[in-house]
Design a protein around this ligand. Structure first.
Ligand code: SF4
Length: 442
C-alpha cells in the first residue's frame, strides 16, 4: 500500500512515515490491499514494514486514537476486480466513446463494496473471496440483486458465462453474520410487477442480515446504440409503485420491525409526491444510494432557516436590493430537483427574482437523466449562456464535480465555466448549510 499523505503530529508522522512510502506488512502480516491494512492495524502497538527508495525499514507506531494519521493511495484501475456481466441497464455501456478511461471501469469488487459502498453482483465471487469476507467480517456489503428469479436475473445481467443464483449466496453470507444492503434497478416490463414482488418477498426472510432493499429506477441515456431496448418508468407507474411500497412497508414494519423496502428519491420526484418523513428512513442507512437525500436536505434546510437565518436572509435580500449592479445569484441544479429547490427557497423568503434556480437540462445524456450529479460542464455552460442575467455568481452543485480532481464529467472545470460565462463560479456541497452559506457569502 502506498502512502498518499501523512498528517502532521500524528502517530504516522512521529514514526517518520512520508508520502510515497510503500507499506508492505503490518506486525509481520503481508498486505494485499487497504482492507488488510485496516484489519491488521487495530492493535495499539504496530510494526510497519516500509519500503522507501529500495530500502526496507521497520517503523514502530503507537496508536493513540482511532486514526494513525495516514492516508493510503486509492487502488489503481488494474488492481480493481471488474465484472464479466453485460447488464441490460448498465450505465457504463451507455456512455459515449471518448470520455476519460476511469469512467469505463466496470468494478465488481467486494473490497470497494466494503470500503466505499459500491454495489457488487457476487456473480464471480470465488470461494477464497467468500472466506475472506467472512474471516475479516467485511460488513456491510452492498449487493446488486435486481431479481431473485435465477433465469430473470441471469437475463438482466446480460447472460454472463457463470449463472450464479443470488439467494444461496446471500444466505451463505447471512449465515456468517454479514450485513447486506440489496439493490434492485427497476426496469419496466422486465423486473417490475409480479417479479418485483417475488424478489422483495424472497429477500425479506433474510432480514436483518439483508438490512434494506433499495428500489432505484433505471437510468437511460441517449447513447444506447446496439443495446437492449428499455424504457423509463412513467409518472403513473411511479405513483403506483409508491402505493405498493407503502403497503409492503406497513407489512414488514409489523412483521420484521423494519420497513425493509425503500424507494429512491427519484421515484417520488417523478411521481410528484412528497417524500416520506424522516422517521420512515430508519436512520438513512443507504442515503448514499439516493434513498432519503432529498428528505435530509429539505428537513435540514427547514431547521436551518430559523430566526437567526431569517435575520441573515433579510439582510442578504436587503443587500441585494441595495446593490443594483449585482442583485441576482444563480443556483444550478438538475431538472428533477429544481422545482423542489425553488419551492424551498421561496418558502424560506428568498425572492425568486434574485435567487434564481437554473434547472439545467441534460443534453449530454438525454432528457431521461434529470439528476444534478450527472450534469456536464458544457450543458451548464450552454444553458446559462442563454440566461439574460446570471448575477454576481453561479453556484454549482459539488455532486457534479469529481472530488479528487475538481472537474465535471466532460473534463471542463469550474474555472473554465467562470471564464466562459464571465461570472465567478462556486462549487457548493449538497447540504442546506453549505447552500445557505454560499448564498449569504456570494
Ligand atoms: S455489474 Fe452490470 S451494471 Fe455493474 S458494471 Fe457490470 S455490467 Fe455494468
Amino acid at each position: 500500500m502506498t502512502v498518499a499523505a501523512v498528517a502532521p503530529r500524528t502517530p504516522a508522522a512521529v514514526a517518520g512515515l512520508a508520502r510515497g512510502d510503500r507499506i508492505v506488512a503490518v506486525n509481520g502480516h503481508r498486505l494485499r490491499d487497504a482492507i488488510d491494512f485496516q484489519f491488521h492495524t487495530g492493535d495499539e502497538r504496530l510494526e510497519l514494514t516500509v519500503e522507501r527508495d529500495g530500502v526496507t525499514a521497520v517503523k514502530r507506531l503507537r496508536r493513540r486514537g482511532p486514526g494513525l494519521g495516514l492516508e493510503l493511495a486509492p487502488p489503481r484501475p488494474g488492481d480493481i476486480a471488474t465484472c464479466a456481466n453485460k447488464c441490460v441497464f448498465c450505465f457504463i455501456h451507455q456512455l459515449p466513446k471518448g470520455m476519460r478511461k476511469s469512467l469505463y471501469v466496470k468494478d465488481d469488487d467486494f473490497r470497494l463494496s466494503f470500503l466505499h459502498g459500491n454495489y457488487i453482483t457476487l456473480s464471480d465471487l470465488d470461494g477464497a473471496s467468500f472466506e475472506r469476507i467472512i474471516e475479516q467480517r467485511l460488513s456491510p456489503l452492498y449487493i446488486s440483486v435486481h431479481a431473485t428469479d435465477p433465469e430473470l436475473r441471469h437475463a438482466l445481467l446480460g447472460r454472463p458465462r457463470h449463472s450464479a443464483e443470488i439467494l444461496p449466496r446471500l444466505e451463505r453470507l447471512a449465515k456468517a453474520g454479514i450485513r447486506m444492503h440489496a439493490q434492485i434497478v427497476l426496469c419496466p416490463d422486465l423486473n417490475d410487477g409480479a417479479h418485483l414482488e417475488r424478489t422483495v418477498v424472497e429477500l425479506a426472510p433474510l432480514h436483518p442480515h439483508v438490512a434494506t432493499t433499495a428500489i432505484v429506477p433505471v437510468g437511460l441515456t441517449r447513447h444506447r446504440e446496439r443495446l437492449p431496448s428499455l424504457r423509463s418508468l412513467t409518472a403513473d407507474e411511479a405513483r403506483a409503485l409508491v402505493a405498493t411500497a407503502e403497503h409492503w412497508q406497513r407489512r414488514w414494519l409489523a412483521e420484521l420491525g423494519s420497513r425493509f423496502v425503500f424507494l429512491a428519491d427519484e421515484i417520488y420526484l417523478l411521481a410528484g409526491l412528497p417524500l416520506p418523513p424522516e422517521a420512515a428512513y430508519e436512520g438513512f442507512p443507504i442515503a448514499e444510494d439516493g434513498i432519503g437525500l432529498v428528505r435530509q436536505f429539505e428537513d435540514g434546510f427547514g431547521r436551518l432557516v430559523t430566526r437567526r437565518h431569517v435575520v441573515t436572509r433579510q439582510r442578504t435580500v436587503a443587500r441585494q436590493k441595495r446593490d443594483a449592479g449585482g442583485n441576482v445569484l444563480t443556483v444550478v441544479t438538475g431538472e428533477m430537483f429544481a422545482p423542489r429547490l425553488g419551492t424551498l427557497l421561496a418558502e424560506a423568503g428568498f425572492d425568486p427574482a434574485t435567487i434564481r434556480v437554473a434547472a439545467v437540462p441534460n443534453d449530454f445524456f438525454g432528457p431521461a437523466i434529470g439528476v444534478a450529479g450527472l450534469l456536464t460542464g458544457r450543458d451548464i455552460q450552454r444553458h446559462l449562456a442563454r440566461q439574460a442575467d446570471l448575477g454576481r455568481a453561479v453556484l454549482v452543485p459539488a455532486v457534479a464535480v469529481r472530488d479528487a480532481d475538481g472537474i465535471f464529467l466532460d473534463d471542463l472545470t469550474p474555472a473554465d465555466l467562470a471564464r466562459d460565462l464571465g461570472v465567478p463560479v462556486k462549487v457548493v456541497q449538497a447540504t442546506p448549510g453549505a447552500l445557505l452559506k454560499a448564498i449569504r457569502d456570494s
